[in-house]
Design a protein around this ligand. Structure first.
Ligand code: HPA
Length: 236
């Protein structure tokens, strides 16, 4: 048990998928894992462990935003020995060629500030994905035929942004989408020698104002979960 995770030692797998929403963790575990067991319900931040094609996997909610994700990722890494951490979540599309329902695989994640900013001081650290996971996720997405974009994303600290000029600069510099967690996940994984990736579904679009209807979400998010699982276990 840690401060925020009630699982006993050994109850969390070395591979952990991390959706922001704890109910999406429940849905993904029930839909994709065999023998999924609830291993955490502290603060309702549900976590499950089961198997996928014979491989042990945990799916643990991270909450929204980098400070929340940082709590769960730190405890998973330092106390439970998580080796591979894959964020699965939604993001806002930023480029015209990125459509609703498309998948974005984040090569890098730009931030203004993150829980790790304090240790970097004057350095603009570039959080980047693990190459082996990125490569396997792209191969899985191509095999599925999912419309997928690979490149930089923006990890924002706010959902309700008050700086349209910032979004404009991100768009100008080719950023594909905006979410709120990946940059800190990539930074923590790098610090501790672990592997991390973010596989995201575009749920809304900053340029067009479109949003994914709620009835479409499950099927679309399913592709993302399968891509993440295949990336973790490319031979399964
Ligand atoms: N902004 C930040 N995070 C998000 C968004 C957004 O538009 N959509 C989904 N996650």
């Amino acid at each position: 048990m840690t401060v925020h995770i009630g699982a006993k030692p050994g109850e969390i797998a070395e591979t952990v998928l991390m959706p922001g929403d704890p109910y999406r963790a429940k849905w993904a575990a029930e839909t994709f894992l065999e023998d999924a067991q609830l291993v955490n319900n502290v603060r309702g931040m549900l976590g499950f462990t089961g198997t996928w094609r014979g491989n042990r996997v945990s799916i643990q909610g991270s909450g929204m935003g980098m400070p929340s994700l940082s709590i769960y990722a730190n405890e998973l890494i330092s106390e439970y020995g998580a080796q591979t951490l894959i964020r699965i979540g939604s993001c806002g599309g930023m480029q015209k060629h990125v459509g609703i329902r498309d998948v974005i695989i984040a090569m890098t994640a730009t931030t203004i500030t993150s829980p790790s900013s304090g240790i970097f001081r004057e350095v603009n650290y570039a959080p980047c994905a693990d190459w082996s996971l990125l490569k396997a996720a792209v191969a899985a997405a191509e095999a599925k035929g999912t419309t997928t974009h690979v490149g930089g994303i923006y990890s924002s600290d706010v959902f309700y942004a008050e700086r349209p000029d910032l979004d404009e600069q991100m768009v100008r510099h080719g950023i594909l989408g905006v979410e709120m967690e990946a940059a800190e996940l990539y930074t923590l994984a790098a610090r501790h020698g672990r592997r991390a990736l973010a596989v995201l579904t575009v749920s809304d679009h900053l340029q067009t104002g479109e949003a994914l209807p709620s009835e479409d979400r499950e099927r679309t998010f399913g592709d993302m979960v399968e891509i993440a699982l295949q990336a973790a276990f490319p031979d399964a």
